[in-house]
Design a protein around this ligand. Structure first.
Ligand code: DWN
Length: 401
């Protein structure tokens, strides 16, 4: 287990989710006996207003040559990153010939938008299968973890990078100290760092506690981001809410006193104070709601089973690992989970061992209820799966659909 010197100080633990496997540790039957588990506990660092895991498994256990999540598995996300690239140009964060680096570039979905432009770009991606795939698509990606030690070798980029981006990545990085020192080293004087992540405020309001799993070591808010970056001489200069991944926030960071701070920042800070997103009290309210949500979900599923209803899942998400293990839901309750990812199909869910099956068989499978684990993609999925509802099938989830 890793501990970061900046964020690990004075964490007040407040809730345990019990024994948890790796969220993306989809496995074969032959691997059941050797499965890795850790104790998943969350806490709050009051100095930084930071919601985080108390401890996280080693990064290389999670991000390696078998990483099974592909950004391009959602058309909505492909479009989101296309719009993001346009937004960057419109807001002058990217101009002709600028140097751009993406941290955690996955399969290259975002950087693909800069092919055949004057932007000099590359990604840094620790999962080998992803960086290989990206390079195969002629989207350059270096295969290592973004940290100070590793980026010291990027001589051509030091002090010359105009923009660094990351999406759904920074909340996965254990050592924020090393990450931010790396960003500081690469950016030029006016350089900007933009990242978007699932937002703590959205997780609180939706009680989407499935955002908490091994990979998500932090659940950020504007308060925590501002406090962390201020330590390193950076300002939080803008925040823009996003609908992606069940409610995210885009944070814009620049060197202190080099940029105008937008009114959005003060607005969101006030909103967070009012809704106790910046304090320990918010954690305790959230814990109560998680316990209620677990109780109601188990009651609902037990009721369905007592009526002999057939339940299947939709989307073998990382998030579903938290729900299934925390609520004790397994293959006695859910027959199988449908997914489009070929790296997941034929395997079983971590810890609870529910079979993952090919999405192409979804329509022909006999079922009464579908648990939408990929609830964050519901608009895209409901558009695709109109037939199921039309035939009398019912969707459900632990969050409001
Ligand atoms: O932060 C992270 C986010 C961005 O992605 C990572 N830690 C890992 C991953 O989390 P996730 O697995 O919870 O993400 P998604 O995007 O909710 O996963 C969707 C799953 O559902 C994928 O396995 C693909 C699948 N899917 C599908 O089968 N049919 C998705 C869509 C949209 C579909 O139509």
């Amino acid at each position: 287990m890793f501990k970061c010197k900046v964020t690990q100080k004075k964490i007040k633990p407040f809730m345990s989710f019990g024994s948890m496997p790796l969220a993306n540790g989809f496995l074969k039957k032959s691997q059941f006996k050797k499965e890795f588990f850790y104790k998943m506990e969350v806490g709050f660092n009051e100095d930084l207003s930071l919601f985080q895991l108390a401890e996280q498994p080693e990064a290389k256990l999670m991000f390696n040559k078998d990483y099974p999540f592909f950004t391009s598995s959602s058309n909505f996300m492909i479009n989101h990153f296309r719009l993001f690239s346009k937004w960057l140009k419109k807001n002058n964060y990217l101009k002709n010939n600028y140097n751009l680096i993406e941290i955690g570039s996955n399969d290259g979905t975002f950087l693909n938008n800069f092919k055949n432009t004057s932007i000099n770009f590359f990604g840094i991606e620790p999962s080998k299968n992803m960086s290989d795939l990206s390079n195969k698509k002629k989207i350059p990606a270096l295969n290592f973890f973004f940290n100070f030690e590793n980026v010291k070798n990027l001589k051509k980029s030091i002090g010359k990078t105009n923009l660094i981006t990351a999406a759904n990545v920074i909340c996965h990085v254990q050592d924020l100290n090393s990450l931010i020192l790396g960003i500081d080293l690469l950016l030029n004087k006016k350089g900007i760092f933009i990242f978007e992540e699932p937002y703590l405020g959205s997780m609180y309001s939706k009680v989407s506690y499935d955002q908490i799993y091994d990979e998500h070591v932090f659940m950020f808010s504007a308060h925590s981001v501002k406090k962390i970056f201020n330590i390193y001489g950076f300002d939080l200069i803008n925040v823009i809410p996003q609908v992606t991944h069940g409610g995210s926030m885009r944070y814009v960071i620049g060197r202190a006193n080099e940029h105008k701070i937008t009114k959005n920042v003060e607005k969101i800070l006030q909103y967070e104070k009012k809704n106790k997103i910046d304090s320990f009290e918010g954690c305790l309210n959230f814990k109560k709601k998680c316990l209620e949500s677990k109780f109601l979900l188990k009651e609902k599923i037990n009721r369905m089973k007592s009526m002999d209803k057939k339940i299947v899942g939709y989307g073998a998400t990382s998030k579903s690992t938290t729900i299934l293990n925390y609520c004790g839901i397994n293959s006695k309750h859910i027959n199988c989970i449908f997914d489009t990812t070929k790296e997941k199909v034929g395997k079983f869910t971590p810890g609870t061992h529910i079979p993952i099956v090919n999405m192409k068989d979804f329509n022909k499978y006999n079922k009464d209820y579908v648990y939408l684990f990929a609830w964050n993609h519901k608009d895209e999925i409901f558009r695709k799966e109109k037939k199921f509802k039309k035939d009398g099938g019912k969707w459900f989830s632990h969050v409001k659909l």
